[in-house]
Design a protein around this ligand. Sequence first.
Ligand code: UDP
Length: 325
Amino acid sequence: MNCLITGGAGFIGSHLAELFLARGARVSVIDNLSTGRVANIAHLLDNPNFHFARADITDEVVLDRLASQCDLIVHLAAAVGVKLIVEHPVHTIETNVMGTEAVLKAALRYRCRVLIASTSEVYGKGSRIPFREDDDVLLGATRHSRWAYAASKMVDEFLGLAYQREYDLPVTLFRLFNTVGPRQTGRYGMVIPRLVKQALRNEPLTVYGDGTQRRCFCDVRDAIRAIAGLAEHPEVSGQVFNIGGTEETTIQGLAERVLAITASSARIIHIPYSEAYAPGFEDMLRRVPDITRVGALIGWSPSITLDETLASVRDHFRSSPDVDV
Ligand code: UDP
C-alpha cells in the first residue's frame, strides 16, 4: 500500500504513519508544521519507506505529485482544538474547508481512496446518549465561533460524500471522539496533556466550569487501529464511522486520576468557561460515541484503559520535559 497522510507530523498522523510502516506500507506525509512537529516523526525520517514533505495541503504542485504516487489518502490535516478555533476562526474555516477540497480534487485525478477525519463536534449540542452516525445534529448560533469548527467539518463530510456519490470516488469519513495519548500537546487546549503537565510541575490543575462535564477518551493507539482497519477494508466507501472510547469520566474525576497517577500534591482549581475560552462559550455536558458500526465491520473496540493512557502521557512528558504545553 502506498499511503499519503496529510497532517502526518501531528499527534494522530505520526502514530498512524508508524502503524502503516509497521504493516509494510510506504508512507508519505504532507504537513506544514503549523501544529505538527518534526519531533513527532524524527525517528521515521531515515526509513526508506517514509517520505516527508513540508508543505500546505493547498500547495497544488506538491499535493498533486504525492497523490499521483499513492493509492490511499488519510486526510488528517486540519485546524485543531477548541481553543485555536475560538481564537482563530478564519484560519479554522479556511484550513478545514479549502484543505479538504484540495485533497478531494487531487484524489479524483488519480482515483485514490480517501479517508477523511471528522470530529464528534459535528454532533454539536445533541443530547442523545450515545451518538449514532446517522443522528440529527444541532449546532449553536453562528455568533459563537466554536461552532465554526463543527460546521466546517460538516462541510468536509458533505463534500467527501458528494465526491463519492457524484464521481464514484471511494471516500470514507471517520469521526474522532477525544483522542488522547503521548505526543498530544496542550497548546491548543486539550485537557489531558494540560492536566498531566500541570500535575508534574505541581501547578494547579485547571478544571473548566464545575467539572461535571463528561467525556469518553480514546487512546490514540486504539484510534489508529480503527483507522487502519477502515483503510484496509474493501467496503467502506460512502460510509461514516464513529471512533471513540467507551469509558466515561467527569473532568473533575479526570483531574483526580491525574493527581493519583503522577503522585502530585497540586491543587485542583475551577475556572469559569468565560475566562477559559470566551464569554458565551458553550461546552458539551456529555459526549458518548456509539461504536457499533465500526465494531461490527472490522471487529474493533478500544482496549487501552484511561489509567494506562494517563500513565503513558505522564511517561512521555517525563522523558521529554522540554515539550512545550
Ligand atoms: N478542559 C478543562 N481544563 C483544561 C482544558 C479543557 O477542564 O485545561 C475541559 C473542557 O472544557 C472540556 C473537556 O475538558 O469540557 C475536554 O476538553 P478538550 O479541549 O480536551 O476536548 P473537547 O471535548 O472540548 O473537544
